[in-house]
Each structure stands twice: as C-alpha cells, then as structure tokens.
Write a protein that binds this ligand. Structure first.
Ligand SMILES: NC(=O)c1ccc[n+]([C@@H]2O[C@H](COP(=O)([O-])OP(=O)(O)OC[C@H]3O[C@@H](n4cnc5c(N)ncnc54)[C@H](OP(=O)(O)O)[C@@H]3O)[C@@H](O)[C@H]2O)c1
Length: 268
C-alpha cells in the first residue's frame, strides 16, 4: 500500500486521529491528506495546526490515498458515499467511524469494496481511545493490521466481529460518560465530607486513573485488586458493602446493556 492516508472530514475525530498519527511518528505530515467540504473554519484550522496536506476536491483525496477514513456524521456519510463512488478503486480501503452505519449499509452504497468499520471513543482527544476494528471479507490481514496500527497510535485498538459492536458501544464507546458520573459522584461525596470542590475533583480523578492503571499494569483480576485494598473491619469494605446494597454492579451492567440495546435499535 501507498504510505499515505486520507481523511474525509476534518472535525473532532479526524483531528484526534491526525494528532495521534503525527505524535506517535506513525505517519509523517506529508503522508496525511484531509478533504473537507469547505475551507473555513475547520480545514483552515487543521492546516495551520498540523501542517498536513489539505484538499478541497473530493476526487483528489481518492487519487492521493489508498486508506481513507470517513470522519463525518452518519447522515452525511450515507449522503456522500453514492457521490464519491466514481472515484473508488478496488485497492482503496474505506474506514468508517460513523456510529450506527453498518458495513452492509456502506456496501449497498459503494458496491463491493474493502470496508472497515471502526468504533473509537472520545478519549481519542487525549490519545487514550479504545477502538474496535471490524473488517469485511475483502480486506486482507495486512490492511487490517495497518488500520489497527493507525487506531493504536491514539490509544488501543482491537479487532472484533461487527455483531459485537453493540457490546463495544456499551463497554467503551459510551463508557466515558458513566465514568464521568462516577468521578462527579465521588467528588460530591468528598465535598459532603468537607473537601474543597477543586481538590475533590483532583483526588477523585487521580483515584480513578490510578485504579485503571493498576488493572492494566498488574494484569490482576479487578476482584483480586479489590480484595487487596479491603482490610478486615476497615473503611474500604464498609464502602464496598454500601455500594453492594445500592446495586452498584447490577446498575453498571444494566447501563452497558442499555447502551448496547440502543445501538442495536439504531442500526436496524
Ligand atoms: N466524537 C466521538 O466521540 C465519536 C466517537 C466514535 C465515533 N464518532 C463518529 O465520528 C464521526 C465524526 O464525528 P466528529 O465528532 O468528528 O464530528 P465533527 O467534529 O462535527 O466533524 C464533522 C466533519 O464533517 C464535516 N461536514 C459537515 N457537514 C458536511 C457536509 N454536508 N458534507 C461534507 N462534510 C461535512 C465538517 O466540516 P465543517 O466543520 O467545515 O462543517 C467536519 O469536518 C461521526 O460519524 C461520529 O458518529 C465520534
């Protein structure tokens, strides 16, 4: 494949991916092309910030790059696919990050092409995304690995079959919002106990970051890590009991299920 990558759309997600690619050194500025439907304000900002190649003619994007990431809203994606169809070659790998647009829907609008559906989440903005990668049958292992590497450059990426995207939305796509609720509630509790508001957010945020890092770095089961910090008759087991009485774990599981169900309905 050519060492170039093209973006259709220059908004938040495109910029998060571009910054990951450049910061990780995975792609050089000269190898990144971005098309947008207008220059100002978004494309101008992207050009000034990243110094990459900006394009205002759709056709040129498909001439310059083999790997194209579609980073526009789902309704725009389904509008533009029929219109870019004449520019598509069989070597192009088309990656969609649009929520709720299935590979089958894309294939209907483009015909048989190499298509990969990816589902990143908003921590992409700080290079900490979790992304799923779901390829169709026409993509090769080499092409799938390239796309995994692209998404790894701004977080972590894993290949999953497309029917598991609902679960991915529940566990990572929508999950930042549940974690923000948790951080806010932790801080509210601390404020209730007298800690100033700013300190409360700082303590709560670092506690969540640190706990996540413990799970990642030690490789230990989260239950084992919980056992390690709950001493007999201690403060932590008292808090754990309180959470269990309020159905904390069942509530979180139901939240994941609700997001997955909603995503499934949106894909119909
Ligand atoms: N944000 C997330 O956390 C997240 C997570 C997973 C997946 N996604 C998916 O990522 C995709 C992009 O989201 P985003 O947050 O990056 O959106 P965004 O910031 O709103 O960017 C959308 C891009 O589309 C362009 N655009 C707007 N109207 C257009 C039109 N009529 N024709 C062609 N291009 C048009 C915009 O250009 P102008 O700015 O010049 O109008 C902009 O470059 C969405 O499909 C979303 O489902 C997002």
């Amino acid at each position: 494949m050519k060492r170039t990558i093209g973006f259709y759309g220059a908004g938040n997600m495109a910029q998060a991916i571009i910054s990951g690619l450049i910061n990780s050194g995975f792609y050089q500025k000269e190898e990144i092309y971005v098309y947008n439907h207008r220059y100002e304000p978004t494309l101008k900002k992207v050009e000034e910030t990243y110094g990459i190649q900006v394009i205002l003619r759709e056709e040129e994007l498909f001439q310059q790059s083999d790997l194209i990431i579609f980073a526009v809203k789902p309704t725009i994606l389904t509008q533009i696919l029929p219109q870019i169809n004449p520019y598509l070659q069989k070597e192009h790998v088309l990656v969609s990050i649009a929520a709720g647009v299935s590979i089958q829907q894309i294939e209907k609008l483009t015909g048989p092409h190499k298509i990969i559906r990816a589902m990143p989440n908003t921590p992409a903005m700080v290079n900490q995304a979790m992304s799923s990668i779901s390829p169709n049958k026409l993509t090769t292992q080499e092409e799938i690995q390239l796309v995994v590497d692209v998404f790894d450059s701004f977080g972590k990426a894993k290949v999953v079959s497309e029917e598991l995207i609902d679960a991915v939305v529940g566990v990572s796509g929508s999950a930042p919002a549940y974690v923000y609720l948790f951080i806010e509630a932790l801080a509210d509790g601390a404020v209730l106990e007298g800690l100033p508001r700013d300190d409360a957010y700082e303590f709560a945020t670092q506690a969540v970051l640190g706990a996540a890092k413990m799970v990642e770095d030690t490789g230990k089961h989260p239950g084992e890590l919980k056992d390690m910090v709950t001493s007999p008759k201690g403060t932590t087991i008292a808090a754990v009991q309180s959470l269990e009485e309020s159905n904390f774990r069942a509530s979180v599981m139901k939240a994941v299920e609700a997001a997955a169900k909603k995503n499934h309905e949106m894909n119909k």
